[in-house]
Design a protein around this ligand. Structure first.
Ligand code: SF4
Ligand code: SF4
Ligand code: SF4
Length: 510
């Protein structure tokens, strides 16, 4: 068939159907139902959808399209079935499903009869939902209706007028975008703008159903590691022990999500029950139990290679989480890193600079202009600071090496640059410093940020932890020292000294 300006779709939900697929289709977004029917997709023929749930017409006016299709006046048209085919000839027992009534006899026109009238004339025949494709829930063992899927009714080798096999879009219900995307493809195909649709053995579009649920599931790594959830709820691990059938079911829902990429059974904690498979539901029941084969495979993963995989990956992850050594200061610089200091160049002996504040003496030890500053505040107590370029452990190592353990240390000042970006790390480092046995756990912290000069006066903090805040637009070492001295006069220093005195008394008492 050449390019066509108009394609009709006759949607029959008159199979044994709960209309769930129609409802599902209304939430499609890629493309949406509106996109399909409003002619906004370039190259796509106009689509006229005759749908019992969405039509404004009803009664004989609505049915006119069906009669026109039968009479060859609605050409071309795609016939869509939702719901399974109840074959009264098998059940021999009345009428199970029908659409409209014969105008002469007044008898209902059964679904089977419509299918026999229209399927040979349709350009393409589509089955939507697992009921229509393979029989689904109404076709479970012992059902009284003789229900079956469309390929079982028309024959798996059926070809439409355009030579196309029955196109099956299973799912209970079918994923919304899978429905609209397939309809879009078929209309483009009928317009000569797409090749013959590629279907798998179960007549499903291959591009939608080529991968298993498991292959797209966001819990798959847990499964591979033998790490399984034992109960429903927030547990993010693999659901296979709760009955998930994802490893053996072809469905793209975990990849595509449900609406706008959100959802998708196991992704959001629901086990896969195999609803897109021809054997659904009988072959997947009881849904919430593992089969013996699954039990064996989970045990294998859990007690053999799973933990080994996890261990090896954790090791690799630890390694991958560290920067390579050539980004560190060293003799072998390969990444252009320019260290701002060299630990080996530090003077052997530290010479303090002495300041007098309100008659008290404060001594500062300078390790380098940007590395760290050690300040000793009067009477043998001292405070310390370091720039964030060294880690706390490096800094402590350097300090102990240079000035020895400092059991009499009474105060600690930590200089932080970029307070906001390093907040967590700095606090972690701060804790390390507080816990260091060589330092008295009294802390004065100075924050040197980059957003303007703000000098917080006074001290804040809890037990053993005192904080002074400085925010300056640049790191000015001399300014810092002056601020330190200024901050210590008189209020801050007074408070620091009080705390230090207390600490010293406690220590003496011990
Ligand atoms: Fe309803 Fe599921 Fe059947 Fe669709 S496949 S008609 S959603 S029961
Ligand atoms: Fe596979 Fe199901 Fe586990 Fe996901 S939850 S990884 S689909 S078994
Ligand atoms: Fe059905 Fe499983 Fe796909 Fe969910 S993930 S739609 S239960 S086949």
């Amino acid at each position: 068939m050449g390019a066509s300006p108009l394609v009709h779709a006759l949607w029959m939900s008159a199979g044994l159907s709960c209309d769930g697929d129609s409802v599902s289709m209304t939430s499609a977004t890629s493309p949406s139902l509106e996109d399909l029917t409003r002619g906004i997709i370039p190259g796509m023929p106009s689509l006229v959808l005759h749908h019992p749930l969405l039509a404004y017409d009803n009664g004989s006016e609505f049915l006119q399209a069906w009669y026109d299709a039968e009479a060859g006046k609605l050409d071309p048209f795609v016939l869509v079935l939702e719901g399974s085919v109840p074959n009264e000839q098998i059940s021999g027992n009345g009428c199970w499903a029908a659409l409209g009534a014969d105008t002469v006899t007044g008898e209902p026109i059964t679904t089977v009869e419509w299918l026999e009238r229209l399927a040979p004339k349709a350009e393409v025949v589509v089955a939507v939902g697992t009921c229509a494709t393979y029989g689904g829930v109404p076709a479970m063992r012992n059902n009284p209706t003789g229900a079956m899927g469309l390929p079982d009714f028309l024959g798996w080798t059926f070809r439409s007028r355009a030579g196309v096999p029955i196109v099956c879009i299973p799912g209970c219900p079918a994923q919304p975008d899978n429905i609209t995307e397939t309809i879009l493809y078929l209309t483009m195909m009928l317009a000569g703008q797409a090749p013959m649709i590629d279907l798998d053995d179960a007549l499903r579009p291959r591009w939608l159903f080529d991968r298993t649920v498991h292959e797209g599931c966001n819990r798959a790594a847990f499964c591979e590691h033998g790490d399984y959830a034992g109960t429903y709820g927030d547990d993010p691990r693999c659901l296979v022990k709760l009955g998930c059938k994802g490893p053996v079911v072809k469905c793209n829902v975990p990849i595509r999500g449900w609406i706008r990429g959100i959802g998708g059974c196991p992704n959001v904690g629901g086990i896969c029950i195999g609803c897109t498979s021809p054997g659904f539901p009988d072959r997947f029941m009881p849904f919430m139990q593992m089969s013996n084969k699954v039990r064996a495979s989970t045990a294998m993963a859990r007690f053999t290679y799973g933990p080994i995989l996890r261990l090896l990956r954790n090791e690799s992850m630890k390694l991958g989480s560290k920067e390579p050594p050539w980004r560190r200061p060293s003799d072998h610089l390969t990444s252009g890193y320019q260290p701002r200091w060299n630990l080996d160049d530090r003077p052997e002996k530290l010479v303090p600079k002495t300041y007098t504040v309100d008659g008290r003496e404060a001594r500062f030890y300078e390790l380098s202009s940007t590395e760290c500053v050690r300040a000793e505040i009067a009477e043998g107590g001292y405070s310390l600071s370091w720039s964030t370029s060294l880690s706390a452990s490096e800094w402590l190592e350097s300090l102990h090496e240079r000035v020895g353990n400092a059991p009499e240390a009474l105060g600690l000042v930590i200089l932080r640059e970029n307070l906001d970006s390093r907040g967590d790390l700095t606090w972690r480092e701060t804790r390390m410093l507080i816990q260091d046995p060589g330092l008295t756990p009294v802390l004065v912290r100075v924050d040197l940020g980059s957003t303007g000069l703000v000098w917080k006066t006074g001290l804040s903090g809890g037990e053993g932890l005192w904080q002074v805040g400085v925010t300056a637009p640049w790191f000015d070492y001399d300014l810092f020292k002056e601020l330190m001295v200024a901050s210590a006069s008189p209020l801050v220093l007074q408070r620091v000294m009080e705390v230090l005195e207390d600490a010293r008394s406690v220590r003496r008492a011990q």
